[in-house]
Design a protein around this ligand. Sequence first.
Ligand SMILES: Cc1cc2nc3c(=O)[nH]c(=O)nc-3n(C[C@H](O)[C@H](O)[C@H](O)COP(=O)(O)O)c2cc1C
Length: 163
Amino acid sequence: MRATYELRKMMVYFNGEVLNKEIHIPVNYEKFVTELKLTDVEAQKAIGNQMTAFQDYIKMYTKVSGRVKIVGISGSLRKMSTNTAAIKFAASLLPKDRFSFELLDYSDLSMYNGDDEAMSVPANVRKLHAQILGADAIIFGCPEYNYSVSGVLKNMIDWVSRV
Ligand SMILES: Cc1cc2nc3c(=O)[nH]c(=O)nc-3n(C[C@H](O)[C@H](O)[C@H](O)COP(=O)(O)O)c2cc1C
């Protein structure tokens, strides 16, 4: 019998460094998203604390000039994804004059296949690679699938790691 699924996770990295412990957000699934919005107050507070720590970290330790470029990567492709909603909520807390935000869309990636790579790395993989390299920070939000990250996210990382 499977356990009931109650945990959502939020992780924040800066330049490849994990800033904080990942947040495990206990939520009632149905209450989590209304019209693609994070509505759970407890989750909003946890993410708010994380993003405050993130901004403090940037002020103290980095020399990013201009706006800090953030990309969001969700481990779920579905439209009503709670992870995507959590990432969007996190990004909405960052002041727009100092941060830019883009949610990466990788829903069109094929499954990694070494034969395809040998022909040439697909253009959409190269584009993702450039978007990630060009970012100062990445916000990941990923569901747990069978005690691991989701297959779609792993597949995307596998492809991009080959560029
Ligand atoms: C194939 C599959 C495996 C899953 N495995 C787990 C799991 O191991 N632990 C867990 O807490 N939830 C598990 N879930 C539930 C998902 O984490 C849950 O549906 C989550 O809301 C999906 O994220 P999303 O709302 O961003 O799409 C699994 C769901 C699927 C489809």
